[in-house]
Design a protein around this ligand. Sequence first.
Ligand code: GRF
Length: 213
Amino acid sequence: MKKIVILISGRGSNMQAVVNADIAGAEIAAVISNQPDAAGLAWAAERGLTTATVNHRDYANREAFDAALMRVIDAHQPDLVLLAGFMRVLTADFCRHYQNRLINIHPSLLPAFTGLHTHQRAIDAGCRIAGCTVHFVTAELDCGPIIAQAAVPILDGDTADTLAARVLTAEHQILPQAVADFVSGSLKIDGSRVLNHRSSQIHNIGNTTVLSV
Ligand code: GRF
């Protein structure tokens, strides 16, 4: 059984998608938030999952917060730490500590649009396609070997909110699949690339084609 610790900061819909996927061979060891009032934390607690808060406001600096967070995470001896809408920049020490077992979901087609406000920036840039990326985390923000991506169209009337909702639907598809692939041992990191022993797939979500590996 692979133990997974999930880090969230808010609503936690990606965390819910992973929990609800009931991935074979995976156990959700804990859901941890930096925000005490994160809605996702209450959702997880209601389902009997172990939850914890490490409030970044209680620490003098990023290093102290990350050290405290690592202590709480490591008490669960996780095989995988999942950043599912965790809105804190992590130190290089943190990223190194969980090297090759730290996975993030980012709401853009990386390497385009790292950082925040990805949907508005994609609209402003005139992109016709947007999407999301699941990747292994390295010390550089929103970089690291890509596990899966999904693409959705940008429509003429889109706002950041309507696009975010379309991308989120795709996030909920590729994140549980990427976690399942990690848990089953299908993923192999080869330099900056991830090779997946499970064959590539093309999923259809409604009238939107989503490509994922
Ligand atoms: C998602 O779009 C995620 O990619 C981004 O923040 C959002 C979090 O949503 N980093 P949720 O908390 O998983 O519902």
